[in-house]
Design a protein around this ligand. Structure first.
Ligand code: GUN
Length: 295
């Protein structure tokens, strides 16, 4: 059994990006600039956005954090996004989700310039991804693909089961694994909360991606011997013995599942750091590689 070490792989992605930025600077070219919008003060969202800003600093990107009150109107939020769309110094824009209930997520996402949509959630980005065109890939599935590539995990012809159908993870993940590309070419089944006998699908999976958000849901009896298990879950469980008051739990019961696996991601330290690294890659691509094709 080998641990898929997201901390390690994300470091190598970040080192590469930091070097690329240095080269950009030396050539007098533009430094990537990510603008993040945080509405309200949800604890997990605060942590995620702070992490994204810190990551930018680490690799030498510029960043802007725009904090808006929980009560901000949809119209006002769209206006803020409009300013960022029009600002030539801003390369990437992300609006941290979830948003307060009075704001419709799809209105906000659709108001982002697709050329700056580093989260890859805009319908234009999603459509291009489905069609196999160059675009921004949502950071979590993109990070998972980078991890498969780093560890040279054989995927072609394998049976992959993705549990979850969110726009952020499950749906793009199932598309990426089934595409005719390196680290694709899987036969994919996408399972969800209405799937009958979920365990029987899981037991057949050569590659199992758990993105259902139910702590320790995947037990050893649901996993095939030698499977590759990717745990996307990250739930905060109240825990008085921790300084933060909580511990993080994945969707996989790691201790009993790990011995059966060929490869497995830990939580924390697996998919999470890869998601952060993939967002940085998208931001770099917004400045350089995708600039020409997106406009
Ligand atoms: N909320 C949970 N995951 C994400 C993400 O990848 N991007 C944004 N913007 N919000 C999120």
């Amino acid at each position: 059994m080998q641990i898929l070490d997201g901390k390690l792989v994300s470091k190598s992605v970040k080192n590469y990006l930091a070097q690329s930025v240095t080269i950009q600077k030396e050539k007098g070219k533009k430094i990537p600039h990510l603008a993040a919008i945080l509405v309200g003060s949800n604890g997990a969202s605060e942590t995620y956005v702070a992490g994204k800003i810190k990551d930018c600093e680490e690799v030498g990107f510029n960043s802007t954090l725009l904090r808006l009150d929980e009560s901000v109107s949809e119209k006002s939020l769209i206006e803020h996004i409009g300013f960022l769309n029009d600002d030539p110094d801003v390369d990437g824009i992300l609006v941290q989700l979830p948003l307060p209930v009075h704001i419709k997520e799809e209105h906000i996402i659709s108001s982002i310039d697709p050329g700056k949509d580093v989260d890859g959630f805009h319908p234009v980005s999603m459509g291009k991804m489905v069609n196999g065109l160059p675009t921004f890939i949502p950071a979590t599935p993109y990070g998972i693909m980078l991890m498969l590539e780093h560890y040279k995990i054989e995927t072609s012809g394998k049976y992959a089961v993705v549990i979850g159908r969110s726009h952020i993870v499950g749906t793009p993940m199932s598309i990426l694994l089934s595409r005719n590309t390196p680290y694709g070419n899987c036969t994919v089944t996408q399972c969800h909360s209405k799937t009958h006998d979920l365990a029987s699908f899981c037991r057949q999976a050569d590659i199992l991606v758990a993105a259902l958000g139910k702590p320790e849901f995947i037990t050893a009896d649901m996993v095939k011997e030698g499977a590759v298990v990717i745990d996307v879950g990250i739930t905060r469980i109240p825990d008085n013995t921790k300084k933060s008051g909580y511990r993080l739990s994945g969707d996989v019961k790691y201790d009993e599942v790990a011995p059966k696996c060929s490869f497995i991601t830990p939580v924390p330290g697996g998919v999470g750091p890869m998601t952060r690294a993939a967002l940085l890659k998208n931001t770099f691509n917004a400045t350089v590689a995708l600039k020409a094709v997106m406009n």
